[in-house]
Design a protein around this ligand. Sequence first.
Ligand SMILES: Nc1nc2c(ncn2[C@@H]2O[C@H](COP(=O)(O)OP(=O)(O)OP(=O)(O)O)[C@@H](O)[C@H]2O)c(=O)[nH]1
Ligand SMILES: [Mg+2]
Length: 287
Amino acid sequence: MTPSKARLDAVDFAALEEFAARYGDVQLPPVTVVIAAYNEAANIASVLQSIPREICGLGVATVVVDDGSSDGTADIARGQDVYVCAPARNRGQGAALRLGYHLAKLHGARFIATTDADGQYDATELDLIVQPLVDGTADFVTGSRRLGLYSTNDVVRHAGVHVFASIMSVIARRRVTDTSNGFRAFRADIVDHLILEQPQYQATELLIGVFYRGFRVVEIGTTMRQRTSGSSKKGPNLVYGYRFGRVILRTWLREWRRNRSEGRRLSDPPPVAPAIDLTATDQRHTA
Ligand SMILES: Nc1nc2c(ncn2[C@@H]2O[C@H](COP(=O)(O)OP(=O)(O)OP(=O)(O)O)[C@@H](O)[C@H]2O)c(=O)[nH]1
Ligand SMILES: [Mg+2]
């Protein structure tokens, strides 16, 4: 992976160096769970303790990316059996996840899963989203609250989930039910084929990217609970909706132009689809 392709910047490289200095040239197990965490002191310990030691029979490590929490989130995470990557400057969830993906891939992860540090997702369902990758039937699996369980009293947010899913269904030319789910899993090698520029609202950039690169995307019903502690970092509903919509539009245009310049169609297969050889690593390794 070249730095230009990875689109990492000086903050990312410094964080990767600090990680290597702290943990050495660690070889991550096949499944690495990446969690972006910012001021989640009230939630992070229980979330980390809920991550299973094995997913689909494969070894699991967790990498927490905390870029400047002021409430001790990183210290709490370091007290758990996980890896912590700590960029020097706060840049948003999208930037934290992008760094986490590259870190996981650089250190040998085969599959990357993500969940949030706020306890809204159910870690016992990680098996559900990793299984299609292990079976080789999908490259990217995203949780869907509408196909699974979803509790909210927020009617605006609820309507937004439907509206954005309809827009995404038009863009992807297939039915999509949830565009902002942070519970997902994908093959680590696809990261090199995606452009990830969004510092905060990455979910749709990632989703449009995988659709337009031709990767096999599967939605699976999963659980999404309400936050019980801490506060959303995404702002009030209208701000969230406006910024989210803007990311969809910009990414769509970018990926449409990218495909056009390469003579690719939406239905074309991915640029490369290397086979996943799970016999090549120690599958039981844990953090
Ligand atoms: N490292 C890092 N993590 C962040 C940042 N902003 C948000 N996060 C984390 O990203 C995850 C999702 O953030 P939330 O604020 O819950 O956003 P959301 O789940 O999309 O929206 P809500 O439905 O309002 O909760 C949580 O684990 C946050 O701690 C950030 O600037 N840096
Ligand atoms: Mg949340």
